[in-house]
Design a protein around this ligand. Structure first.
Ligand code: OGA
Ligand code: MN
Length: 291
């Protein structure tokens, strides 16, 4: 299969053309897709018309799909997965009989890493667009290899051996998760602790590993010092020179490397419908091997 690779020209991201994901890919094409993903961190594949079964088959080329992170909703008989596909998460603002069919609503989702509040965050996620609003709802990515490589020395030395707490209490849309209380003292933030620098297990490159800013804390530091350090590093990491934003069309599919990018989403009008199906791929515990 002849595929064409078109880098975005920004700090990350490439479109890959010539794939039809309604069918299984041959081993050579799978290797090209994965290598392009490792090189560019975010892949865009346009003009697809795929089922959930196709999405899950494609996801398996990258690893084992993790069940959609919505155990509570499922227990209450309000699954936010399509019937028969518990590994597919619906990301949507649409409601049916007053109940959301998916997660994240229509608001802005600020810069974050997926599921980094767990000991083993996912390695990547795949998002496929079924319905998109006429404006808004763009998804942005930031290259954390670049953020690491360009880190000012003063910040580098402060972060080198530090960990950070990744808040579990708020979801990516900023809503309090069921069973959690609002964090008022960041030294008590619930969630996994991860090194601030991360060695990518496949590429061996180093990346800044930030997770989410809200309620983040660097254990061992006074709160004001932790806040000042995190504010500085977040400002560095999310500067526009490191980012690329995607304007969605129906049939677009994006795959991001959750070990090496941050992502975010613009708000959109809640009178418009946005329906995405997403899979998430099992990952490892983050580690840092000194450069
Ligand atoms: C996600 C996410 C952004 C979007 O699915 O993890 O952050 O554009 N989605 O819907
Ligand atoms: Mn996300």
């Amino acid at each position: 299969m002849a595929v064409e690779i078109l880098p975005t020209g920004a700090a990350l991201g490439a479109e890959i053309r010539g794939l039809d994901l309604r069918r299984g890919l041959d081993p050579d094409s799978i290797e090209v897709v994965k290598q392009t993903w490792r090189d560019h961190l975010v892949l865009l594949i346009r003009d697809q018309d795929i089922s959930d079964a196709d999405l899950v088959r494609f996801s398996r080329y990258f690893g084992e799909p993790r069940l959609a992170p919505l155990g509570e909703a499922r227990m209450k008989g309000r699954s936010r997965s399509p019937e028969g596909y518990p590994e597919v998460a619906i990301i949507s603002n649409v409601t049916k009989d007053g109940i959301p069919i998916g997660s994240l609503g229509n608001g802005e989702a600020i810069w974050h890493t997926d599921m980094s509040y767990l000991e083993e965050p996912i390695m990547g996620a795949i998002l496929y667009a079924l319905e998109v609003p006429p404006s808004g709802g763009d998804t942005g990515f930031a290259n954390m290899y670049l953020a690491y490589e360009t880190l000012p020395d003063e910040l580098r030395s402060k972060l080198e051996d530090s960990v950070c707490v990744h808040d579990h209490s708020l979801n990516s849309a900023g809503f309090l998760r069921r069973g959690y209380e609002e964090v008022t003292d960041v030294t008590q933030t619930p969630g996994a602790r991860h090194p601030l620098f991360r060695t990518h297990p496949e590429t061996g490159r180093h990346a800044l590993f930030l997770g989410r800013r809200r309620n983040a804390y660097v254990p061992g530091l006074p709160v004001e010092e932790s806040d000042a350090l995190l504010d500085a590093v977040w400002a560095h990491a999310t500067q526009s020179a490191f980012t690329w934003h995607h304007r969605w069309q129906v049939g677009d599919l994006l795959i991001w490397d959750n070990r090496a990018v941050l992502h975010r989403r613009d708000a959109f009008d809640n009178d418009d419908r946005r329906v995405m199906h997403r899979t998430q791929i099992e990952g490892d515990r983050p580690y840092y091997k000194r450069a």
